[in-house]
Design a protein around this ligand. Structure first.
Ligand SMILES: [Zn+2]
Length: 413
């Protein structure tokens, strides 16, 4: 995240720092001269940036791989043991917590279910799970650089408040402050789709993308937009709420109060509604005979699996969903001219959905942007938002002169 102009020195410093750190992380071990060759940065810039990363103990020097000629080049490696990061994803019925190294390697992960929308209950669940995992791993609090939290809702980054999470029925909850008060660690909170976009840029398919859009299809539909290495935040941090672009002015009322929003036709609730209607008409579908359908607990995963096994009703449900997703994505392609659109959520593992989106995008988007765009399902699976928390923490930490998060650095202002 950045609040600086593209042309000021702080921005350039951050870009160089992130590029150097990422190159070291991706290569495992690398010398300074190899770093300069790969990044295209001058030797002086590499030397300065490496010194900064060494001072912060984010990387360390690990001797040499070559002793045949003269003085061997010192290799650089991300310091895997010095600091740790905590990633938390809050969904509508579970909390997942991961503790990772600075490389993004997961040391331990835990997922705890809940069945309430009570904020205090969920806050306690997060606090207790984080405490338990740190204790189990024998990690001291001072060795944790920060906690990143993904939420299924809008976050006001100025006030660091979850302003609206419709599926949790949360409005204006001070989640970051609540976690900080209980754990005495700096906390960054952001929207799960925005974080998923960050994850793709750092760890996934979008490493080389110039304009990347992540479309997250879950209980709602959210998007994250990364331009070069910078997440598009908007003025108060809510950019990417493309699920609420109206695609039918007279359509059904959305949770946001507007009508005919894209997510009303495309999110998981829409898919399940479509399935219920289809099963009423077609009793011969495989889906109609599952106990899950009888109990009213059919999931999108069930529908995707049934379609992958050839069930015609499930395929129709997903094709219609892909049609609506394609309409929204065609608008995104026309409006933002991305080179990469990545789909997340259970629907990302449906070939029927992907084929239909590709067909509609080709049919409905302008020629020039449609020629340049690649649409792909995420390869980071269910972990994508958690990996996004790690990406956000690293990105923000690398921006800080002292490599630490503090009150000034974790608000947008
Ligand atoms: Zn809406």
């Amino acid at each position: 995240m950045t609040k600086t102009s593209k042309f000021d020195s702080a921005y350039l410093r951050r870009v160089n720092c992130v590029r150097t750190f990422c190159t070291i992380r991706e290569h495992g071990r690398i010398s300074r001269s190899e770093l300069a060759d790969i990044t295209g940065l001058s030797r002086a810039t590499v030397s300065e940036t490496v010194r900064e990363l060494l001072d912060r103990e984010f990387i360390w020097e690990v001797g040499s791989d070559s002793i045949s000629r003269g003085r061997p080049p010192v290799q650089l490696e991300v310091n895997p043991l010095r600091f740790y990061l905590v990633a938390v994803e809050i969904d509508v019925s579970w909390v997942a917590v991961s503790i990772t190294t600075l490389v993004g390697e997961v040391l331990v992960q835990s997922r705890v279910e809940f069945c309430t929308t009570d904020y205090d209950y969920v806050l306690d669940l997060c606090v207790n799970t984080i405490r338990r995992l740190l204790e189990e791993q024998g990690i001291e609090r001072e060795d944790v650089l920060g906690i990143g939290v993904a939420v299924p809702g809008q976050v006001d980054l100025n006030r660091r408040v979850v302003t609206f999470a419709p599926n949790l029925r949360w409005r204006d909850v001070a989640l970051a402050e609540g976690l900080e008060r209980n754990l005495d660690l700096p906390v960054l909170v952001s929207n799960e789709a925005m974080l998923a976009a960050m994850a793709e840029k750092w760890f996934g398919l979008g490493k080389d993308a110039r304009v990347l859009v992540f479309v997250s299809v879950k209980g709602g539909l959210g998007c994250g937009i990364v331009n070069d290495r910078t997440l598009l935040l908007g003025v108060s941090g809510s950019a990417g709420e493309l699920g609420h672009m109206s695609i039918d002015p007279k359509g059904p009322v959305c949770s946001c109060g507007s009508r005919g929003c894209w997510e009303v036709y495309s999110d998981e609730q829409a898919i399940l509604f479509r399935a219920t209607e289809a099963l009423r008409r077609s009793k011969d579908s495989f889906l109609a005979h599952t106990s899950l359908a009888e109990n009213g607990r059919l999931t999108v995963e069930d529908i995707v699996q049934a379609a992958n096994q050839g069930d015609a009703t499930a395929k129709d449900i997903l094709r219609e969903t892909g049609w609506y997703l394609g309409i929204g994505i065609a608008n995104i392609v026309n409006g933002l001219n991305p080179d990469m659109v990545i789909l997340g959520g259970q629907v990302a593992s449906s070939d029927v959905v992907l084929e239909e989106i590709r067909r509609v995008v080709k049919e409905r988007s302008l020629q020039i942007p449609s020629e340049k765009v690649c649409l792909a399902p995420t390869h980071l699976g269910d972990e994508v938002a958690l990996m996004g928390c790690i990406a956000l923490l690293l990105d923000t930490l690398l921006e800080q002169p002292d490599g630490r998060l503090n009150a000034d650095t974790i608000t947008l202002n």
